[in-house]
Design a protein around this ligand. Structure first.
Ligand code: AMP
Length: 433
């Protein structure tokens, strides 16, 4: 049997990769406007980083990590998310010595052993940003403004931020204790996952999609009643700022998010186009994370966008903008013209024209057919007659018209028409004469 990729991983092929790149170009451009710089951390980390950072009671650490021993018996893990690693790098390289806040972004693969389905992979890709070193609601607002600007640049129109506050660590643990107490008498009615969470991470039960469990939660204590005064003030100031900037949001007090490190602000954006796996991105504040990793307490907030899911629901208008420039195909009519064609190709590239030179020696007819499949706009033909007069024959492939052009003028001639084609699809070789 021939070899295939590992279950839950994917090969990304052209032209889809052009769309991934275009999204990443927008990431780099928009995030730079807010002063974010790229960080690249290793795919491999000590397992302990995630146990301490993400939390032992989480699904990620409990059952989804790719963990293995290396040849020296060290426990290593393929990163399942990147915030813990960014916090580790921040502490390790003493980025707290830089003027705060430190603003970092990343783009790259993450690994979780989940059941693969549409929108859920074992190797998936995240685009994330972290703002470390400021605890005020202004930073929360700015991060969300950046996110909204990014999504608008991708031409999304109707996405709403779901938003909640989970309080600081103390409020959260008071609430967790009350929720556990409320659910304990009904323990046997809970499913296996929720029973496990009852001990390790009761807040996660609020996320349940099981209808019977949702009923059990009616009348449960509410997180909102356990918030401290500072938590409340932080959240209402954030909402005020979002209102002022007309960020579309709705408060959802059932939103808790699956990772242990979140404090105060948490948020998600979902798209109905995705079906069951509907979350495009999630994020929140993590004021205790650096301390959990053994460093000083430095507040932070960030988000991670699932790039696979984002690309899946990209507006068609943005996708269409990602199509690359159509190539110009240069075809020698007779093999002894190949070298001149190679030289012409180089001159076209010097002028920024995408050029494919026919080098296989196949017939002109076959070369034209291939050019059609490559969606070439112009084909440049060079045979004995053209060579004798230092010209070429340029065929407007879309219209089947052709014209002689001096070799010296070819690059400029094409450049001019290609630029016009991009702005005005009606322009043709004939119109350019
Ligand atoms: P999380 O790190 O769990 O907060 O996830 C942030 C985002 O990453 C989610 O909203 C998804 O878009 C994406 N994501 C998480 N897990 C997967 C997965 N297994 N496959 C594809 N995307 C994922």
């Amino acid at each position: 049997m021939s070899l295939r990729n590992v279950k839950g991983t994917r090969d990304l092929l052209p032209p889809e990769t052009a769309i991934w790149q275009a999204v990443e170009d927008v990431v780099r451009r928009v995030f730079a406007l807010y002063g974010y710089h790229e960080i690249r951390t290793p795919l491999l980390e000590d397992t302990e980083l995630f146990v301490r950072g993400v939390g032992e009671g989480t699904d990620i650490v409990g059952k989804e990590m790719y963990t293995f021993e290396d040849r020296k018996g060290r426990s290593l893990t393929l990163r399942p998310e990147n915030t813990a690693a960014v916090a580790r790098a921040y502490l390790q390289h003493r980025l707290q010595d830089q003027p705060p806040p430190v603003k970092l972004f990343y783009v790259g693969p993450q690994f979780r052993y989940e059941r693969p389905q549409r929108g859920r992979y074992r190797q998936f890709h995240q685009i994330g940003a972290e703002l470390i070193g400021d605890e005020g609601p202004g930073s929360d607002a700015e991060l969300l403004l950046m996110l909204v600007r990014f999504l608008r640049e991708l031409e999304f129109e109707s996405l709403t931020v779901r938003l909640n506050t989970v309080g600081d660590a103390a409020s959260r643990s008071r609430f967790a204790a009350a929720l556990r107490e409320f659910l304990l008498p009904q323990r046997d009615a809970l499913g296996e996952d929720s029973r496990r969470r009852l001990d390790s991470n009761p807040l996660r039960i609020l996320d349940t999609k099981v209808a019977a469990e949702r009923e059990l939660l009616v009348g449960a204590p509410r997180l909102a009643d356990f918030l401290g005064e500072d938590d409340r003030r932080h959240f209402s100031r954030l909402l005020e700022l979002l209102d002022r900037w007309r960020v579309p949001y709705e408060v959802d007090d059932g939103l808790v998010r699956g990772l242990d490190y979140y404090t105060r602000t948490v948020f998600e954006i979902a798209s109905q186009d995705l079906g069951a796996q509907d979350a495009i991105l999630g994020g929140g504040r993590y004021d205790g994370l650096t301390r959990d990793l053994g460093g000083p307490e430095v507040p932070g907030i960030g988000f991670a966008i699932g790039q696979d899911r984002l690309v899946e629901v990209l507006p068609e208008s943005f996708r269409q903008r990602c199509a690359g420039a159509p190539p110009v195909v240069v075809v020698p009519v007779g093999e002894h013209h190949q070298e001149t064609c190679l030289a012409l190709g180089e001159r076209l590239r010097d002028a920024g024209v995408v050029a494919l030179v026919e080098l296989s020696g196949r017939s002109v007819k076959a070369a034209l057919k291939a050019a059609d499949r490559q969606q070439a706009r112009f084909v440049v033909l060079l045979g004995d007659d053209e060579a004798a007069q230092s010209t070429v024959t340029v065929r407007d492939f879309a219209r089947g018209e052709q014209a002689p052009v001096a070799q010296d003028r070819l690059a400029g001639w094409l450049r001019e028409r290609l630029d016009r084609v991009e702005g005005d699809p009606s322009s043709t070789v004939a119109a350019g004469r």
